[in-house]
Design a protein around this ligand. Structure first.
Ligand code: NAD
Length: 509
């Protein structure tokens, strides 16, 4: 990435019409970028106002006609090239993510790999845009369907996957012929410009993909802009609800993915060593800042004591430290404020009567300069406690003990979130019953983080998703396109004319 500096400090720009933008706009607000592993300021990011958002949308509107008319082969050849560049430069991008988000470089490489999967899926859009054709639907009449891009579409993304979540959206949107305006998180904005530069290098025409940096002001400008046809949002539930209501109120198509509280249910017959490994991996990877992290472990009697002991033993081995150091498995939280909020849930849980089995507040790493909190295990958590009710989004695993399979399912189904869940068991019948009865969008059977592969779609139920269509996969193609059905008659030259007929057209009779 051609990093932009001002007075020796990193200054992350917008990206409009094929190049960095806004650097000369001294009146624009800015946000601070901090390295969470050190607590040191890395630089600043420019914030867009409504005028700057309008510039990006105008560039997109200007580019739309020729991008829509470009052949599918041309559009996908650019995505193939983008994929190659991304593979070549992924280490650089991963290090950039680590410097602003805090996750380990290996974890950042993982999110880039999952983003590349969606780019590869989008390269096959020709098959997915294929319509149907019915010859002689009525006598001499043929019918066929086609799919069309919406125009200018916007994506608003969270801090926790600064490369992957944008890539859940724009590869499919661009392949289908839309122009895309991305508003990434202001906490780790550099990845978005890196991706924009790679797209430009791959040959994407100017204006087809833009980045506007910023906060609520930029989001509101996108939501209110009449030329923005659709909005994809990923973030916390309150903002997802706000975006959904504001954008649908303005007649836009919206998919707004929200927060989560993912339960991992361990049945009495499960292999407890496997379950304990999975709980630690899925609970503390990326410091629990994943929307598919396991944050609640539901231990079905009598596995509680043995499982808690096995998890606590494994937690002692988790290496916590700066994400760019070899051997580190868990990095810091994204900001000091967020670390303090997560720690406050542990304090509240203790006061509410939960047992703090492993206390991340007392971890060695918590004494470092960055925003560290060690992995934390809470036992005997009850549904009324705030650590159970709220999405904590940190390295805190709450164990709720229940007496039966039925109680486990009832607990999961009563939760306001329905993003992901997993069941651990060796009983195929119990697993099948669980995946049928549980009211959650993504279910893992002995798989703790069941993120669907790129050719399925990602999305939760209840407060985890507002809108009808899930992200990427076939739902993504449906979201970014609209259908048309053509009914055509080419009169037989030998039998022209049939006279005027005022009756309603029908295919038979
Ligand atoms: P967030 O809701 O604070 O921010 C998401 C986006 O909304 C950012 O671009 C941000 O700038 C913008 N935003 C923030 N406040 C706003 C406001 N008042 N008005 C308009 N826009 C606003 O989320 P976050 O902290 O960046 O990310 C973590 C959250 O995202 C967690 O709740 C997590 O579960 C969720 N998430 C969900 C999924 C999913 O697929 N369901 C995936 C990743 C993250």
């Amino acid at each position: 990435m051609a990093e932009q500096y001002s007075d020796g400090q990193l200054l992350v720009p917008h990206f409009i019409a094929g190049k960095a933008a806004g650097l000369d706009r001294t009146e624009l607000r800015r946000g601070e970028i901090v390295n969470p592993a050190t607590g040191k300021r890395r630089g600043e990011v420019l914030f867009a106002d409504a005028g700057l958002v309008a510039e990006a949308v105008s560039a997109a509107t200007g580019a739309f006609r020729s991008w829509r008319e470009a052949s599918i082969a041309h559009r996908t050849s650019i995505l193939f090239c983008f994929r190659e560049l991304l593979v070549q430069r992924r280490r650089e991008l991963a290090e950039l993510i680590t410097a602003e988000h805090g996750k380990t470089v290996d974890d950042a490489l993982g999110e880039i790999a999952r983003g590349i999967d969606v780019v590869e899926f989008a390269c096959g859009v020709g098959d997915l845009l294929r319509g149907g054709y019915s010859e002689n639907a009525s006598t001499g009449v043929d019918t066929y369907s086609t799919r069309h891009p919406l125009g200018v579409v916007a994506g608003i993304t969270p801090f926790n996957f600064p490369a992957m979540v944008p890539m859940w959206m724009f590869p499919v949107a661009l392949a289908a012929g839309n122009c895309f305006v991305l508003k990434p998180s202001e906490k780790d904005p550099s990845a978005s410009v890196f991706l924009a530069e790679l797209l430009a290098e791959a040959g994407l025409p100017d204006g087809v993909f833009s980045v506007v940096q910023g906060d609520k002001e930029a989001v509101d400008a996108l939501l209110q802009h009449p030329e923005v046809a659709a909005v994809s949002f990923v973030g916390s539930t309150p903002i997802a609800r706000y975006v959904y209501e504001a954008a649908t109120g303005g007649g836009k198509r919206v998919q707004a993915l929200g927060g989560a509280k993912n339960h991992m249910v361990v049945l009495p017959d499960a292999d407890l060593a496997v379950a304990a490994d999975a709980a630690v991996s899925a609970g503390f990877g990326s410091a629990g800042e994943r929307c598919m992290a396991v944050s609640v472990l539901v231990a079905v009697d009598p596995v509680g004591d043995e499982l808690v002991a096995a998890i606590a033993a494994r937690m002692a081995e988790v290496a916590v430290g700066p994400g760019d150091q070899p051997g580190v498995e868990m990095g810091p939280l994204v900001t000091g404020a967020h670390r303090d909020k997560v720690a406050s849930y542990v304090t509240a849980a203790e006061a509410d009567g939960a047992t703090v089995v492993v206390d991340g507040r007392a971890h060695e790493a918590a004494k470092r300069a960055g925003y560290f909190l060690g992995p934390t295990l809470l036992d005997h958590v009850r549904p009324a406690m705030s650590c159970y009710r709220d999405e904590i989004f940190g390295p805190v695993l709450s164990v709720v003990r229940v007496g039966s399979f039925e109680q486990a399912v009832a607990l999961v189904n009563a939760n306001r979130y329905g993003n992901g869940t997993a069941v651990f068991t060796n009983d195929g019948g119990a697993a099948r019953r669980y995946q049928r009865e549980v009211e959650v969008g993504m279910v893992g059977v002995n798989v703790p983080i069941p993120v669907p592969v790129a050719y399925y779609s990602f999305g939760g139920w209840r407060d985890s998703l507002f809108g009808d269509l899930h992200a990427y996969g076939r739902d993504g193609v449906a979201f970014y396109t609209k259908g048309k059905v053509v009914t055509a008659r080419w009169p037989d030259p030998a039998a022209r004319g049939g006279g005027v007929q005022l009756g309603f057209p029908r295919s038979s009779g």
